[in-house]
Ligand binder design. Structure first.
Ligand SMILES: C[S@@+](CC[C@H](N)C(=O)[O-])C[C@H]1O[C@@H](n2cnc3c(N)ncnc32)[C@H](O)[C@@H]1O
Length: 382
């Protein structure tokens, strides 16, 4: 029998849990709604076993599109190891590893092309989703990869802490400027559906956040505030003893993210590759994401002792590191045109300025003397 909450495309138990919470304590900040929708301990989107990232899932990420992404990142990691003076141990800590493909592709390249570096590697994955962790274990066991897992960032990292599309999946506060006042979006239940309600901010941190930036969204504009992302970055800075933090995500500098013309913010939901702006639809079955504020992120890292080396687009980063080689035509006599065109198509997707190519790459460092990183600047003396 169907309950009043049940439909084929939403998680009825999750809806029931959120509605019960609203009925007992009143409207909840949008942040708490998004946290439950994605990370509810039993029913959240990231707790389910359905395909999430990838062609069979809801959204595409770079490691799912092409193994060339992992190859290029591996080259950048190798250069970091050289810049650190070829230490006997180099930690790669990957936070939020999805299906494990990036880890697999990095380890494959290092094994085949940089064996000294490969033998120095200690790879650790930080993951909160049990089903994804299982998936990672399966994918990496098949490859014979030696990887450790944890739910928290480890301390004393010497190497690189890397994340791809992690921070844009953190729950965000939704705000709206009305009559010059900063208000926050709360979520209420009207008996048949979730509805927005504007209230004074749930935490003074939101006002402080904009105070530190010295700006606010425009009058009438809706925007998102991700308080957990800078907290994560401070933690990252503290966890790194020596090396680099490499952060890839959709986002902008604050001036652009909170520009007065951006009236509806950047919140986006994905279900089977269909984007939607409705976070209340397909509860627990769709991804919800919003762009990160790289100004605040960069400063958060700096507060925790990191030095910023640069912020570039993924398309620039991959191009600087030589992804064009993967687009080169095959050598004569060894031509598999079908394979070549498929590779060309997927590499172009990584560079597409309207999609994955516009992801930003933030590189920060600690206790490494003036490193030259090709991803930021192109080949040295070019
Ligand atoms: C959008 S997916 C990106 C996955 C992968 N990096 C990729 O590019 O395909 C976000 C990933 O971050 C994980 N995640 C979310 N919050 C996390 C946290 N606080 N710490 C570690 N992982 C987290 C999710 O379970 C998921 O694996």
């Amino acid at each position: 029998m169907r309950t009043e909450f049940e439909t084929a495309t939403e998680n009825a138990a999750l809806k029931k849990a959120i509605v019960a919470r609203i009925q007992s304590q009143g409207p909840i900040p949008f942040r708490d709604f998004m946290d439950a929708a994605l990370y509810h301990p039993q029913h959240g989107y990231y707790r389910s076993r359905r395909e999430k990232m990838g062609r069979e899932g809801d959204y595409l990420t770079s490691p799912e599109v092409s193994a060339a992404f992992g190859v290029i990142l591996a080259r950048q990691l190798h250069e970091m190891w050289l810049a650190m003076g070829r230490p006997l141990r180099f930690d790669i800590v990957e936070a939020g590893a999805g299906t494990g493909l990036l880890c697999r592709d990095i380890l494959r390249w290092t094994r085949d092309h940089a064996p000294d570096f490969h033998s120095a590697l200690a790879y650790a994955i930080v993951e909160v989703s049990e089903p994804l962790m299982e998936r990672q274990r399966d994918v990496l066991a098949e490859e014979g990869c030696d990887v450790r897992w944890s739910a928290e960032l480890p301390d004393g990292i010497e190497g690189c802490l890397l994340s791809n599309e992690l921070l844009d999946s953190f729950p965000v506060h939704a705000v709206c400027v009305r009559g010059g006042e900063l208000t926050e979006v709360f979520v209420d239940w009207d008996g048949s559906r979730f509805v927005d309600e504007l209230r004074p901010p749930s935490t003074p941190e939101i006002e402080r956040y904009f105070g530190r930036l010295g700006l606010r969204p425009g009058e009438g504009c809706r925007a998102e505030v991700n308080l957990e992302a800078p907290e994560w970055m401070r933690n990252a800075g503290r966890s790194l003893r020596r090396g680099f933090v490499l952060t890839l995500d959709y986002g902008y500098e604050a001036e652009e993210l909170y520009a007065p013309w951006r009236t509806d913010g950047t919140l986006l939901c994905f279900y089977r590759h269909n984007p939607s702006a409705d976070p209340y639809a397909r509860l627990g079955r769709q991804d919800i994401t919003s762009h990160v504020d790289f100004t605040t992120l960069r400063r958060a890292g700096e507060e925790a002792g990191l030095q910023t080396l640069g912020l570039v687009s993924q398309s620039e980063f991959l191009t600087n590191l030589g992804i064009a080689e993967a687009l080169a035509p095959p050598a004569e006599g060894n031509v598999n045109l079908e394979e070549y065109y498929a590779r060309r198509r997927t590499v172009s997707e990584l560079l597409d300025p309207a999609a994955l190519g516009r992801i930003r790459v933030l590189l920060q460092t600690k206790a490494v003397e003036a490193p030259h990183l090709t991803g930021l600047e192109g080949p040295q003396n070019a």
